[in-house]
Design a protein around this ligand. Structure first.
Ligand code: A2P
Length: 285
C-alpha cells in the first residue's frame, strides 16, 4: 500500500487500519518511557508498540492519559509474554496489561513468541492453540480490536490455523537489512496478514553499513531512513525504537523519497549486518 504520512494505515483483514509506522519501546525503561512516548506523539506517531515483557506499560499508560489526544486516534499494541501462555494465564495477563496501561481496550494484542518444540515437544502446538483461543475470545468480546502473532514463521501459523477460528490480523517478526525474512513476509501477504518489522534498524548495528549509507546519501537520507523506507516498500510496517526526539522525527521522515527496484534488491541481499537474528524454533526463553 502507498503510505504518504505517519498516520496512513495498512488495512488489516478485520477491516480496521493500523498506522504505517509504529513507535517501538523495547529496552525503554519505565522511567524514560513517559517522556519518550509524549515526544513520539508530538512528532506525529500515533501507533505505540509495547509488551508486558518490556516492563514499561504503566509509564506508557500515563503518557497516553496525559497527551491530550483522543483515544480513538491512538493505536496501542501489547503482547502476552512466554510465561503466561495458555488459556487462563493469557486472560489474566491481558487483564493485567490493560490495567497497567489504564485502558478500556487494546487495538492489537499479540502472542509474543510461539511455544516451540525445543522447549515443549509435542505440547507446543496445544499451548499455542490455547493461547490463541484466549485472544479470540477477548477479540470477540470487544476488549481487543485486532489480534495477532509475533515471531511466528509460516509453519507455526499453518499449525495454529488447524484449530483457529479467527485468522490472525498481524505477524510481527524481526526484519531488517541483513535479516530480510522475505519468505515469511510473502506467506503473510498471500494470507492477508499484515507483517510488522521489529528491530527495523537491526538494533542500530546495521546502520554502520557503507552500502546503506551510500544509498541514503543519494537522497540526502540517513542509513536509518533507508532501513525504514526499505521495510515500507516491502509492504511491511516498521517499528523503529529510539528515545531521542530528533531521531524519532528522522525515522518518520521517509515519505519524500523512494528506493529503486535495484536498490531494494541490493539491500535484500545484504548479509550479516547485526541485529538479534533470532530463530523462533531455537530460542529457550
Ligand atoms: P536510541 O534510542 O538511543 O536512539 P531497532 O529499532 O532496530 O531495535 O533499533 C533501536 C536502536 O537504534 C536503539 O539503540 C536506538 O538508540 C538506535 N536508533 C534509533 N533510531 C536511530 C537513528 N535514526 N540513528 C541512529 N540510531 C538510531
Amino acid at each position: 500500500m502507498e503510505c504518504r504520512k505517519l498516520t496512513d494505515g495498512f488495512l488489516m483483514n478485520n477491516g480496521e487500519k493500523i498506522p504505517c509506522i509504529g513507535y517501538g519501546t523495547y529496552k525503554t525503561t519505565e522511567e524514560e518511557v513517559y517522556g519518550a512516548v509524549l515526544s513520539a506523539l508530538k512528532a506525529g506517531y500515533r501507533h505505540i508498540d509495547t509488551a508486558a515483557f518490556y516492563g514499561n506499560e504503566a509509564g506508557i499508560g500515563r503518557a497516553l492519559k496525559d497527551c491530550g489526544i483522543p483515544r480513538e486516534e491512538l493505536f496501542v499494541t501489547s503482547k502476552v509474554w512466554n510465561t503466561d501462555r495458555g488459556y487462563e494465564n493469557t486472560k489474566e495477563a491481558f487483564a493485567a496489561t490493560l490495567e497497567r496501561l489504564d485502558l478500556d481496550y487494546l487495538d492489537l494484542y499479540l502472542i509474543h513468541w510461539p511455544a516451540n518444540r525445543k522447549q515443549f515437544g509435542e505440547e507446543a502446538k496445544k499451548i499455542n492453540a490455547e493461547t490463541w483461543r484466549a485472544l479470540e475470545e477477548l477479540y470477540t468480546e470487544g476488549k481487543i480490536k485486532a489480534i495477532g502473532l509475533s515471531n511466528f514463521l509460516p509453519h507455526h501459523i499453518e499449525e495454529l490455523m488447524e484449530t483457529a477460528v479467527v485468522k490472525p490480523m498481524v505477524d510481527q517478526i524481526e526484519f531488517h537489512p541483513g535479516w530480510a525474512q522475505l519468505e515469511a513476509g510473502e506467506y503473510c501477504r498471500k494470507n492477508d496478514i499484515v507483517v510488522e518489522a521489529w528491530s527495523p534498524l537491526g538494533r542500530k548495528e546495521v546502520l554502520d553499513s557503507g552500502i546503506l549509507q551510500e544509498i541514503g546519501a543519494k537522497y540526502g537520507k540517513s542509513a536509518a531512513q533507508v532501513c525504514v523506507r526499505w521495510v515500507l516498500q516491502h509492504d511491511i510496517l516498521p517499528l523503529p525504537k529510539t528515545v531521542n526526539s530528533g531521531r524519532m522525527v528522522e525515522n518518520a521522515d521517509v515519505f519524500d523519497f523512494a528506493l529503486t527496484e535495484e536498490e531494494m534488491k541490493t539491500i535484500d541481499s545484504l548479509k550479516d549486518l547485526g541485529g538479534q537474528c533470532a530463530l523462533p524454533d531455537e530460542v529457550d526463553f
